[in-house]
Ligand binder design. Structure first.
Ligand SMILES: Cc1cc2nc3c(=O)[nH]c(=O)nc-3n(C[C@H](O)[C@H](O)[C@H](O)COP(=O)(O)OP(=O)(O)OC[C@H]3O[C@@H](n4cnc5c(N)ncnc54)[C@H](O)[C@@H]3O)c2cc1C
Length: 630
């Protein structure tokens, strides 16, 4: 006991009191012995009075020492031991502090973003207040800023981060790289824990990277969850968390590689190839391979063109990763981080299930295809408990034997044709939607009934009501969210200025939305529709009789549609974003909010034009993005 205390006393940088207390604790926990710090101090005093310096006492008998001894050589060994263990375990403690700091920083950003965004949502005054040269500069170049051209449409078909996201991703990357590579001390020659430089340094890097990633891993599971509480606090859109999920995944992959290479290097340095035969090493290798395959198969083109394949492989590999990483981490008592990941995932799945039950469980929906427009309308009785808000979406499971497990997000709005029902409008693409369209076509009347489950509602409602004027710029099926917003805005204030610009390809593409547009008749809202290919369904020059008849019918239908929509302004040509945004800001007498939900290029253009026009008004000009992809 006293020799421990003496050992400590030779290191001025170590607090004797703290050390003694640690010994008391250790004795109690491990040997069931009760000591007090004072007793240890008293022992040390006694020890110091009897200690013999073997270098200055020539009569000292090294073969049978009768007294406790000290000397330069012994001190050197003690010092080497002390530093070696200190490096070994300080590195572990510092790695924990760095991981905790990462999570704490995420928490701090969440609280600050939450305070700002909830104030914007709850206070009209605050929403309209942030104007002037400095806030406009900040918003133009940061919160509304895109990097480069067409940021939302990158070459690999993915969605690029915006500037706010890019900023946080950069900080996360930088912090993680610095933490993993700057260990904070050098390997001590003569280290008594690690036999050589490579073994020691590799282990420091290996520990640092794996502890860092252990703290980041639960966040990786929280971010993509539909019931992610960070989203409720910050009011950031879900797509932002999906972006953080993707990039945090890449950061963690980088750390897994650092960990794997470092530990392989240590194995080589210590010539401990027997490790390959141990379970924990093999599980570690398997987890690393799973993580690498997950990253490769989550590449944007695969998500874009083979979404279901991506999803299935992603889920299977993530389960395999969790299992193998858990087994690997168990050997070092880090398994709790992986339990946390499982708990988060299970929680999200259970809440999704509860939402489906609250919506009413499996319900029969009416699905109608509008063939010319390639649009499906899914109408189902609404939930008595869950209420959607403008812009919210739900995930639909279409209950067919092979595809029931898929869930597709669609924007919701109250049905105009069925009392007490909600409608989802779906553009026909190549997967589930094509399957439904084919079923409708083969039904004879383009209509089918099908059991569906609805998991919703998700998404934040943007506070358009706080602005004097609201302008929506939409395209195709992107109209669903803005339509519901417009309806709500004019219902709550019949004097509010609300504008709706909708871009479609042909006249036929208007037909499916006529019942909804008719709700704006005799209101202050006069929708403006841009038809980019007006000639496409009015050609009556066909030589083929059948085609001629069809186009005659088309013409009649078109006339009928136009007659019904006599309050709507129809323009031929492409929607000109710059012109609309500039004109709407110029004619505004107060604050203006723009909402965009269209093709990603159009959304980019609206955002960029609004960002560049902030100084054109003395009032607040705000922009909200209602994206239908992530
Ligand atoms: C928040 C949100 C709201 C949306 N609202 C609407 C809407 O109101 N109307 C509308 O027509 N479309 C909407 N979409 C897009 C719609 O979810 C996809 O078009 C639909 O899932 C395509 O199904 P599919 O199997 O036919 O597609 P595929 O032809 O297999 O793929 C087409 C595209 O859809 C993506 N996609 C496929 N399945 C999913 C899925 N389960 N989850 C997310 N993306 C998927 C693919 O990555 C690909 O980019 C919305 C998307 C999001 C994220």
């Amino acid at each position: 006991m006293a020799s421990w205390a003496y050992c400590c006393s030779t290191f001025p940088e170590v607090s004797q009191l703290g050390f003694n207390e640690q010994i008391v604790e250790m004795c109690e926990e491990n040997a069931n012995q009760t000591w007090t710090a004072d007793e240890i101090s008293a022992n040390l005093v006694k020890y110091n009075s009897t200690i013999v310096n073997i270098e200055s006492d020539p009569s000292f008998n090294a073969t049978s020492p009768q007294f406790v001894v000290t000397g330069k050589k012994l001190n050197k060994i003690a010092h080497a031991n002390f530093i070696s263990y200190k490096h070994r375990w300080d590195n572990v403690s510092n790695s924990h502090y760095m991981g905790i700091a990462f999570v704490a920083a995420v928490g701090a950003v969440t609280i600050v973003a939450g305070l700002i965004n909830w104030s914007l949502r709850l206070s009209r005054r605050y929403s309209n207040a942030v104007v002037g040269r400095v806030p406009n500069f900040f918003r133009k170049y940061f919160t509304l800023g895109l990097i480069g051209n067409h940021l939302h449409v990158n070459k690999l078909q993915g969605i690029n981060p915006d500037r706010v996201e890019a900023f946080f991703i950069f900080i996360m990357f930088l912090y993680s790289i610095l933490c993993c590579t700057i260990i904070g001390f050098n390997y001590l020659p003569g280290d008594t824990v690690f036999a050589n430089y490579q073994a020691g340094t590799s282990r420091y890097w290996g520990d640092r990277s794996c502890i860092m990633l252990s703290y980041q891993m639960p966040l990786l599971f929280i971010f993509p969850g539909r019931n992610n509480f960070f989203q409720y606090i910050t009011r950031w859109k879900y797509s932002r968390f999906v972006t953080f999920h993707k990039w945090l995944g890449r950061i963690i992959m980088m750390e897994i590689f650092i960990h794997s290479f470092a530990m392989a290097s240590q194995t080589y340095a210590l010539d401990k190839f027997t490790r390959f035969g141990t379970d924990w090493y093999r599980y570690g290798i398997t987890a690393c391979v799973c993580a690498a395959v997950i990253i490769v198969l989550a590449a944007a083109p695969i998500r874009r063109f083979y979404y279901e394949l991506f999803l299935t492989v992603h889920v299977v590999l993530v389960v395999m990763f969790l299992w193998t990483a858990w087994r690997h981490a168990y050997s070092q008592a880090y398994q709790d981080f992986y339990w946390a990941c499982c708990a988060i995932w299970i929680f999200d799945t259970v809440v999704r299930f509860i939402r489906i039950v609250l919506f009413g469980g499996p319900k029969t929906a009416e699905i109608e295809l509008f063939p010319g427009e390639d649009v499906l309308k899914v109408t189902v009785s609404s939930s008595k408990i869950l209420k959607g808000t403008p812009g919210s979406h739900a995930f639909i499971h279409f209950l067919t034997p092979l595809r029931f497990w898929q869930s597709h997000p669609f924007t919701v709005y109250p049905s105009e044709t069925h009392e007490g029902a909600v409608t989802f409008t779906c553009r026909v693409k190549k997967g589930m939607t094509k399957f439904l369209a084919d079923k409708c076509k083969s039904s004879g009347n383009n209509k089918i009934s099908m059991k569906i489950c609805v998991d919703g509602y998700y998404g934040e409602q943007s506070p358009y009501q706080f602005y004097d004027k609201t302008v929506f710029i939409t395209g195709g099926t992107g109209i669903a969210g803005p339509y519901y917003h417009c309806k709500k805005l004019i219902q709550t204030d019949s004097n509010r200025e609300v504008k709706l610009y909708w871009s479609v390809r042909t006249y036929e593409c208007i037909k499916w939305f006529v019942p909804e547009l008719l709700t704006f008749k005799d209101t202050q809202l006069k929708p403006v529709i841009f038809v980019s290919q007006p000639e496409n369904n009015i050609s009556s020059t066909s030589s083929d009789d059948n085609e001629k008849k069809e186009s005659d019918v088309d013409s009649l239908e078109k006339d009928d549609v136009l007659k019904q929509l006599d309050f709507v302004e129809i323009k031929h040509g492409r929607l000109s974003v710059a012109e609309i945004v500039t004109a709407e800001i110029a004619s505004a007498t107060g604050s203006v909010a723009f909402g965009a939900c269209a093709h990603t290029q159009v959304v980019d253009d609206v955002r960029r034009t609004v960002a560049n026009s902030l100084d054109h008004s003395t009032h607040k000009v705000e922009y909200f993005e209602e994206m239908q992809s992530w």
